[in-house]
Design a protein around this ligand. Structure first.
Ligand SMILES: NC(=O)c1ccc[n+]([C@@H]2O[C@H](COP(=O)([O-])OP(=O)(O)OC[C@H]3O[C@@H](n4cnc5c(N)ncnc54)[C@H](OP(=O)(O)O)[C@@H]3O)[C@@H](O)[C@H]2O)c1
Length: 287
């Protein structure tokens, strides 16, 4: 997992130069390949999106908060010259505006809103809620995502494919709330709000020819659960669902499997049937 340390000035300079070279490289390939912009692509599902789109020959604008520590993403960019790494903090209006300005006039075929803050589970339980954390979660997952969509909608409108993807979550499905679940309230509330925004955008932007897809990735192994050996400690957020995973009630997918499935949904996305909430396998998700 990437370190969250601050970085020395020379590293920032190297990253800046690295980024410039890649923008030039992208300009050379722009005529042939579609472009995807991915938020939060330094780890987890976002990293795998970057890898798979790069492997398929797409131009990938792989964004993350700290490019200098995004070593796994840098390895992908080293292998595929169509990948450029950019700094983007979706909760920071200046950061979002700066990147949108930098790419002004450049079409983005798929705007992939993947980034989200899950947060420490302990202060997300009623009544012991950390309201500062609650605000950060909302400002990232809900407000940050619509801010990115607002900033980049013209880039998407100018593209061939015209698609905006929002990764939702079963955890934000209100009709699935049952049996007094009392965990991750802020995260779940942020996703429920995001779902409403995505449905609204989907119906609204269809008139512009822009397809908006709200997709639940399912339970995806971004924390190395499938690699655990008997007796290894289980990460806190997986403890409630571990029995269900072990009994096979919930399928825990690898990032490779989940992203391959979600990419099929993205390929199928059109403005003909707007306002859906889809599971990664194409089934309808309950709101
Ligand atoms: N994994 C699952 O089982 C699952 C299930 C349902 C839905 N989802 C959804 O799928 C998406 C990806 O999940 P994941 O499991 O891959 O998440 P993850 O492993 O926790 O990674 C989250 C990513 O979002 C980034 N991020 C957080 N705050 C950000 C900000 N302010 N600006 C830019 N990037 C930010 C993180 O960057 P840093 O490294 O800088 O923190 C990281 O790259 C999320 O929307 C999540 O809600 C996942």
């Amino acid at each position: 997992m990437p370190s969250l340390q601050s970085v020395a000035g020379w590293v920032l300079l190297a990253v800046a130069l690295f980024g410039q070279e890649n923008v030039e490289a992208m300009d050379d390939t722009s005529a042939a390949s579609p472009t995807v912009l991915i938020t939060g692509s330094n780890r987890g599902i976002g990293l795998e999106f970057a890898r798979q789109y790069a492997q398929s020959g797409w131009r990938v604008i792989a964004t993350c908060r700290r490019p200098s520590t995004a070593t796994d993403l840098q390895a992908i960019a080293d292998e595929y010259p169509t990948v450029v790494i950019e700094t983007l903090d979706i909760a920071n209006p200046v950061s979002v505006g700066a990147l949108a300005d930098k790419y002004e006039g450049q079409p983005i075929d798929v705007l992939l809103n993947n980034a989200a803050l899950l947060g420490d589970p302990r202060p997300q339980v009623f009544p012991d809620i950390d309201f500062d954390l609650f605000e950060r979660i909302l400002m990232t997952n809900t407000v940050g995502t619509i801010r990115v969509v607002t900033a980049f909608r013209d880039h998407v409108r100018a593209s061939e494919q015209k698609k905006i993807v929002v990764l939702g979550s079963a955890a934000g499905s209100i009709s699935q709330v049952s049996a007094a679940p009392n965990s991750y309230l802020p995260y779940r509330a942020s996703k429920a709000g995001l779902h409403l925004i995505a449905r609204n955008l989907s119906l609204h932007l269809a008139a512009d020819g822009i397809a908006v897809g709200l997709i639940n990735p399912g339970l995806v192994d971004t924390r190395g659960i499938l690699d655990l050996k008997p007796g290894d400690p289980v990460p806190e957020q997986f403890k409630p669902v571990m029995p269900l995973i072990e009994q096979g009630v919930i399928k825990l997918q690898t990032t490779e499997e989940a992203v391959a499935d979600i990419r099929v949904r993205i390929d199928e996305l059109s403005t003909e049937d707007p306002g859906r909430f889809m599971n990664y396998d194409g089934r309808e998700m309950p709101w």
